[in-house]
Design a protein around this ligand. Structure first.
Ligand code: NIG
Ligand code: FE
Length: 411
């Protein structure tokens, strides 16, 4: 009798494992990938299979020569919110800046008002089409932030919706508590008091309910100062939560140095990052999360210092930053194209940015981001001739199938 050791095997595939193998894309031509119990149990060249495929696995899938990549990871989104900001977009086209709108009480604050007014069910329904759009391109893990509630009840509401999306849809959701995103109107002129509430009331309550996997903040002139951000990081540390930061987006407040000091998972945006910030991130292993959608939509002109990040060996991730104000995006592949055209990443770097390095940015590198034995069996089949096509085309989705936890995910 034949003993089937594996649940399933995918054959006749070209693998972009994205593992550090010394070969571009960690590629394996004529590869095979087997899964068992939701994990990758064997990956390599078909010629090295120890057995005939039908003896090796219960089910044999023929991929017809398509490419397989790791499941895509969108490591920075704000995709749960009420309303939208199309009207603000029109204002910006008339010449009013993002910062001017924020300072006049619009911007993030207008989304806070709409999000507070929305029920949990309404937020859940509104988020689904955005999430499904990302999933259609092969996203198997997404990070979702709070930050449009700005009080305990509404921040918890957002994070419960995030958890519910993860338990209802076939996608892993990682959550970040972003209470320090903007000053809510009831704290006008009292930013330190608000930060005190974030640290002593909101964060402890969110942490005790297990609603956050990490803590984020917006360190910026229209956000919070370094010292206020430091207070939030201290509170996160006291609750055993890792930190990350919106840093150096519109100006340089040396947020990257601060988040690196706390061993942060990532510093995100970074259009105004300086050499000291690059060195601090390299020393701490903090991932640089670049957000070309926000750069594009806000018509930023400063690009993140990619050459310096590269030279210092800082891992670079790419994310959609999907949010109503600065990046109303529903496509991760478009971000990959923009990371190449606008920031001059190579297609291989950009693909690593939504796989291996995005996994590092979420602190889940040991189980996601590459096709390696022991990792979650999350992968994507692509109808392409070479991996660079994923970066080259835009407004086009060549996803031919997604496997999540070893199971084909319904399209
Ligand atoms: O990542 N920078 C701050 N937060 C978001 C924008 C949020 C908004 O405008 O609603 C960002 O760009
Ligand atoms: Fe953001």
């Amino acid at each position: 009798m034949v003993s089937h050791r594996m649940d399933a095997i995918w054959l006749n595939a070209r693998l972009a494992t994205m593992a550090h193998t010394g070969v571009p894309y960690g590629a394996v031509e004529d590869g095979a990938l087997a899964v068992q119990g939701g994990r990758i149990a064997w990956v390599g060249a078909r010629d090295d299979l120890p057995d005939k495929p039908e003896d090796f696995a219960e089910t044999v899938h023929d991929c017809g020569g398509c490419w397989i990549t790791p499941g895509l990871i969108d490591c920075h989104t704000h995709l749960i919110y009420g309303g939208n900001r199309a009207g603000e977009f029109e204002k910006r086209l008339e010449g009013v800046s993002y910062e001017e709108i924020a300072r006049a009480g619009g911007g993030i604050r207008s989304t806070v008002e709409a999000t507070r007014a929305a029920s949990e069910d309404a937020l859940f329904e509104a988020a689904q089409p955005i999430l499904r759009s990302l999933m259609a391109e092969g996203v198997t893990t997404v990070e979702i932030k709070s930050g449009y509630g700005l009080d305990t009840e509404n921040e918890a509401k957002m994070l419960r919706v995030a958890r519910r999306l993860g338990s209802t849809l076939p996608i892993d959701v990682r959550t970040s508590f972003l209470g320090a995103h903007a000053l809510p109107p009831e704290f006008e002129g009292r930013a330190d008091d608000y930060i005190d509430a974030v640290c002593t009331e909101m964060l402890p309550s969110i942490a005790s309910e297990g609603l956050a996997d990490a803590v984020d903040a917006f360190c910026e002139g229209i956000g919070f100062s370094r010292e206020q951000t430091r207070a939030v990081f201290e509170a996160a540390k006291a609750h055993g939560l890792p930190v990350k930061l919106h840093a150096e987006q519109l100006s340089n407040l040396r947020g990257a140095v601060l988040v690196a000091e706390y061993g942060g998972l990532s510093a995100d945006h970074l259009e105004h990052l300086d050499d000291e910030g690059v060195a601090a991130m390299a020393g701490a292993g903090t991932v640089a999360v670049l957000l070309p959608g926000a750069y594009y939509f806000l018509r930023e002109t400063n690009t993140p210092p990619v050459d310096k990040l590269r030279a210092a060996g800082v891992p670079i991730a790419i994310a959609s930053d999907s949010n109503p104000g600065s990046s109303p995006a529903g496509s991760i592949l478009l971000m990959v194209n923009m990371a190449c055209t606008l920031f001059r990443l190579t297609p291989e770097e950009a693909l690593a940015g939504i796989t291996r390095n995005a996994g590092l940015a979420l602190g889940i590198g040991e189980r996601a981001g590459t096709l390696e034995v022991g990792k979650d069996a999350d992968f994507v089949l692509w109808d392409i001739d070479e991996p660079a096509e994923l970066a080259y085309r835009f407004g086009f989705n060549p996803c031919a199938g997604v496997v999540k936890g070893g199971q084909a995910r319904p399209g």
